[in-house]
Design a protein around this ligand. Structure first.
Ligand SMILES: [Zn+2]
Ligand SMILES: [Zn+2]
Length: 156
């Protein structure tokens, strides 16, 4: 494998976490709230949410990238990085955190537990504003999020 392509793949994974957190905060909790609201209000479980439209749009955009990348290897590897991020997101956010597929196991400690707790704190805020912890594969320490929820860290 070309080391530059491997670098692109890994860099894309990191960049995606920043990009997705920004999109979640400023688009999904911004003008895109109409689709995302269902994910903060509806009970989780089986069944589709309007919020799933985001996954469809992102998947379609990624397929386009693969098509354009067919003759541009660097773009193809970026598209692969986005796809791997999307799969990790689906497994962590939809299966392990929201349990949309039947799964008996729950993380009780470590990274996954912290990620799940942080995301449940994100859901504790049901409104568009004042959200916390917008990332999906990285979460700040849970205590820092709780402090933010209490308003301790808010800028005046
Ligand atoms: Zn949200
Ligand atoms: Zn969620």
């Amino acid at each position: 494998m070309n080391p530059f392509h491997l670098f692109l793949l890994v860099a894309t994974l990191f960049a995606m976490e920043f990009a997705v957190a920004l999109v979640h905060k400023h688009v999904m909790h911004g003008f895109g709230w109409g689709w995302h609201r269902s994910h903060h209000e509806a009970p989780k479980g089986a069944g589709w949410e309007r919020n799933d439209l985001y996954a469809i749009v992102f998947a379609a955009a990624t397929i386009l990238l693969f098509m354009v990348g067919a003759s541009r290897p660097w773009l193809w590897w970026i598209a692969l990085g986005i796809t791997i991020y999307g799969m990790l997101y689906g497994i962590l956010h939809d299966v392990i955190i929201h349990r949309r597929l039947p799964l008996a196991w729950r993380p009780k400690s470590g990274y996954l537990h912290r990620l799940a707790t942080a995301h449940h704190l994100h859901h504790a805020v049901r409104t568009r504003e004042n959200g916390v912890s917008f990332g999906f594969l990285y979460a700040p320490p849970v205590e820092a999020i709780r402090r933010e929820l209490r308003g301790g860290d808010r800028q005046p």
